[in-house]
Design a binder for this molecule. Structure first.
Ligand SMILES: *Cc1c(COP(=O)(O)O)cnc(C)c1O
Length: 430
């Protein structure tokens, strides 16, 4: 499969090149040249296939012959080695739980698939050693650290803002050791991000190390998120008029859902559920795309002012606003609404949502109010214990911690503090 740059549709790359580079040389996002529909019979016979077989059919055309089938099968097996249950909460309201992976957030799937693909290309031997450099505001760091742990030929360097990630998130990035290094930056996430960007442009560093990124602009992190929608659809009792509500930040996950629809998964509608960072909600109301600096909320993985994957969604709809609005609705909710719905759903159903999933639930309810005949699924993108303080305060009770989280909090944090870009550079050059 060839990928073109969204900045220049004449520039093509292979899958391998797109995975290694992340962004095209002209800084455009990569987009697949073709999205092939799967036959109806595939969807009728889904029950007889394993998770990994479904994953294989969803992704095979996007990889092409660049990874041999036996290797790709292994990568997919590892990627999908946990559960993706759909739980019925209320009439027409189901929750797709995406937090059963090792770091308890949905980013595990993309991080593991990317680690497997990049690991394969390195093993093949024409690119040498690679350093994955990534800034995190919380969940990305843990998923990337876990996914790339022990992958030969790859060093991982993660920058995170000191004191601004939750305790569990910090332990997930700082306790693995081996090929994973955590750098604690005395500053905000934006400064971490700025340092990473600067390093990518620094010739001296380029001469010493081959750098690549691992955020959702990378096709190997973005595309495997399609798996959720295939696997969820298979589990639904009601398979007609299906609407998915996706708590969105950089819009990689919902864009993968739209890709799944394009491949034939019978999904009728999507809800892009936003917190106070509402650029897409405003766009669908006004047709004006007007990004703003992000504001901080309790669903911090969605605190994005200018979503990097939105250009991919526009490409999918060939920049036709009306078509886009027919398929996607968007609503935005503030922290008070999020907190009160967490309490309300707990009181009514005994189900504990995390703040991101709660925004997804609110988005689904808003859509169903006017479209009662739909069958809804909202994505629960993280386990509530990752946001323990918020949840315990809202529910006014102690939450029981799973054993692996208790084990994690006993582990010793190892990180190096850096103050500025020069210290990052010195670290990368040593
Ligand atoms: C990353 C993340 C999101 C946002 O996903 P996007 O693909 O960036 O839209 C939502 N919830 C959680 C818990 C996340 O970690």
């Amino acid at each position: 499969m060839r990928y073109f740059s969204l900045n220049n549709k004449e520039h093509f790359s292979s899958f391998e090149d797109a995975v290694i580079k992340g962004l095209a040389p002209d800084k455009g996002l990569y987009f697949p040249e073709e999205i092939k529909k799967l036959p109806d019979s595939f969807f009728r016979n889904m029950d007889s296939l394993s998770k990994a077989e479904i994953g294989y059919h969803a992704i095979e055309n996007f990889v092409g012959d660049e990874i041999p089938k036996a290797e790709l099968d292994k990568i997919i097996e590892t990627t999908l080695d946990f559960d993706f249950p759909v739980v019925k909460l209320e009439e027409n309201v189901n929750v797709l739980e995406l937090f059963h992976g090792p770091t308890m957030a949905f980013k595990d799937v993309g991080a593991r698939f990317m680690a497997g693909s990049l690991g394969y290309f390195i093993k093949k031997g024409n690119i040498g050693k690679v350093t994955v450099l990534v800034a995190t505001s919380g969940d990305t760091g843990g998923a990337v650290a876990n996914g790339f742990l022990d992958v030969d030929g790859i060093d991982v360097v993660i920058l995170y803002p000191k004191g601004k990630v939750s305790e569990i998130q910090e332990k997930q990035l700082t306790t693995l050791g081996k090929n994973i290094t955590a750098l604690e930056v005395n500053g905000a996430f934006d400064e971490c991000q700025a340092m990473v960007k600067k390093a990518f442009l620094d010739e001296e560093i380029q001469q010493k190390r081959k750098l690549t990124s691992a955020n959702s602009i990378n096709v190997a992190r973005w595309l495997p998120q399609m798996f959720y929608y295939f696997l969820a659809y298979r589990q639904l009792e009601q398979k007609e008029k299906v609407v998915f509500s996706v708590p969105s930040g950089n819009f990689g996950n919902i864009c993968a859902g739209l890709m799944a629809k394009e491949m034939g998964v019978p999904i009728t509608h999507f809800v892009a559920a936003n917190n106070a960072n509402d650029v897409v909600t405003r766009y669908l109301d006004s047709e004006k795309y007007d990004p703003k600096p992000s504001v901080q909320t309790i669903s911090n993985a969605m605190d994005v002012g200018s979503p990097s994957n939105f250009v991919r969604i526009q490409e999918l709809f060939k920049n036709n606003f009306k078509d886009l609005r027919n398929i996607i609705s968007s609503y935005s909710f503030d922290d008070d609404q999020t907190k009160s719905v967490i309490k309300q759903v707990y009181d009514k159903n005994g189900y504990v949502m995390d703040p991101h999933g709660a925004v997804g639930y609110l988005g689904l309810q808003a859509f169903l109010e006017k479209n009662r005949d739909y069958n809804g699924v909202f994505l629960e993108t993280a386990h509530p214990v990752k946001f323990l303080e918020t949840i315990e305060a809202v529910l006014n009770k102690k939450i029981e911690l799973p054993e692996d989280i208790r084990a994690l909090s006993r582990k010793e944090k190892k990180s190096e503090e850096i103050r500025d870009y020069e210290e990052l550079k010195a670290f990368l050059l040593h």
